[in-house]
Design a protein around this ligand. Structure first.
Ligand code: FE
Length: 468
């Protein structure tokens, strides 16, 4: 177990923070109000080697692990979650190529992204479908070695500026996940059209738009995943990109907390600056501990991916938890600022709007909870014995009077048919002791208790008992 960042990671963090403070922060408010993509900043990120973080060294990229990527991402998101989303979107767009591309595709596409300032988007969502990836309707029809794409994609980050889009489509919507395939589509392909920038509540500096595909021909060399494999590829991509959403959320929450702390030291109420009040101190404490926990979950999810482990559950935990933390922290930051938190002169109002998207994109918070609960309730291996198989020692044993020696049956509980537990309240019937108040003599096997007897603790009927 090692919680310390390596020297190289600390250096990356320092570099990313410098970029965030010098290049992103000064224009964050401007692009938010303008509702426009910060292309100049994204180009600078490419020049600084902060775009395409996940492209392996053998294809000319920096070959950062996901842990490195989330360290960088937190810093940029702390300055502007919207610009961070657009910067990280190249990782999302390129990830299906990194995971599922052929050597030729990797050399061609990833090589181009490294050598030229190019953007690549990721397109699964559609006007009528988001988290239900298997429910997509965009059609891919085989035509010789080529595929012809027809349909609409929606909510596509950076699509209005992208050079490539990793497009997911289905050969047959009725086949659900088995029909889904994936393609690399250059955006200058005939028949591909992007819509106008969708005006959003937050993360307004990040371009989001529709992609309409009308008889778009994709040649064999740009087929990334054949039918069925596309769904797996999308899920693998999400497992690798969800930790980054955790990092966006941590960065966003962190800067909201920092600004709130600064404010409490200047604002006065009832004769003192408000940092003196416990009501404020406790809000800051909540923020701080939750941000710490969110960051640890995020690091863990990224670390698992870097170790080649299945990080599906850890990334769902990180994404869901950190997103909620960002929403709570930015909400409380506004509360600390009072009226000043609700206006655009201070940055917390923007962070609050930006934070909401974390709970929605890349699989909603509800989808993450479905993933987590399925794991917890079906596959998760328990450390404790089953509740209904717990050893019979119960609190009443200590409290109840033991039957006198004369009354004590000579047989053991086991010889008398064993103990039974009430599945409603947890009371254990021990045949050695019987149930005197209920008229059951010591030495009475559970099976011999007459019908009509009820649990002496909760009153549940005999049928609610199980043998332990
Ligand atoms: Fe009971």
């Amino acid at each position: 177990m090692e919680f310390e960042l390596t020297e190289q990671q600390k250096e990356l963090q320092r570099k990313a923070r410098e970029f965030a403070v010098n290049e992103v922060l000064p224009v964050a408010h401007y692009y938010d109000v303008k509702n426009d993509m910060a292309m100049d900043v994204i180009k600078k990120a490419w020049e600084e080697g902060l775009l395409n973080l996940g492209i392996p060294k053998e294809y000319g990229g920096p070959g950062y692990g996901l842990l490195d990527a989330v360290i960088i991402t937190e810093e940029i998101a702390a300055a502007c979650p919207g610009i961070a989303t657009s910067i990280f979107d190249n990782n999302l767009g390129a990830e299906p190529v990194v995971i599922g591309g052929s050597k030729e595709q990797k050399e061609r596409i990833l090589g181009e992204l490294v050598n030229e300032f190019k953007l690549i988007s990721f397109a699964t969502s559609e006007p009528g479908m988001g988290s239900d990836v298997a429910g997509m309707q965009c059609r891919a029809e085989k035509d010789g070695d080529d595929y012809i794409l027809n349909g609409s994609k929606y909510w596509i980050t950076n699509a209005g500026y992208a050079d490539y889009i990793s497009v997911f489509a289905t050969v047959d919507p009725d086949k659900r996940h088995k029909g889904i395939c994936a393609f690399i589509v250059p955006t200058d392909t005939e028949g591909l059209r992007t819509g106008s920038h969708i005006p959003k509540l937050g993360q307004r500096a990040s371009n989001t738009c529709s992609v309409v595909l009308k008889d778009v021909r994709v040649s064999k060399k740009n087929v990334l995943a054949k039918p069925g494999r596309g769904f797996v590829l999308a899920m693998q991509t999400f497992a690798h990109t969800r930790p980054a959403i955790g990092a966006f959320a941590v960065g966003c929450a962190r800067s909201a907390m920092e600004y709130a702390i600064d404010y409490t030291k200047e604002r006065e109420a009832f004769g003192r600056t408000i940092d003196h009040y416990q009501a404020i101190q406790f809000k800051i404490a909540e923020m701080y501990k939750n941000i710490e926990a969110a960051r640890l979950l995020t690091y863990r999810a990224a670390w698992e991916a870097d170790q080649g482990k299945d990080n599906n559950i850890s990334s769902a935990c990180a994404k869901a938890f950190a997103s909620d933390v960002a929403m709570e922290v930015t909400t409380e930051a506004i509360q600390i600022f009072g009226g000043y938190g609700y206006i655009k002169t201070y940055p917390v109002e923007k962070l609050f709007r930006d934070a909401k998207l974390f709970q929605i994109y890349e699989g909603t918070s509800e989808i993450q909870r479905i993933v987590i609960s399925r794991h917890a309730m079906k596959r998760y291996e328990h450390g404790m014995p089953n509740l209904y198989e717990l050893p019979s020692k119960d609190i009443y044993e200590e409290l109840e009077e033991e039957p006198s020696q004369a009354e004590r049956p000579s047989k053991s509980s086991k010889e008398l048919g064993g103990k039974y537990r009430c599945t409603v309240c947890g009371y254990v019937y021990d045949p050695v002791k019987g149930d005197e108040d209920g008229g059951i003599k010591p030495g009475t096997p559970f099976e011999d208790i007459p019908d009509g007897w009820v649990c002496p603790v909760c009153g549940a009927e005999k049928s609610k008992f199980v043998k332990i």
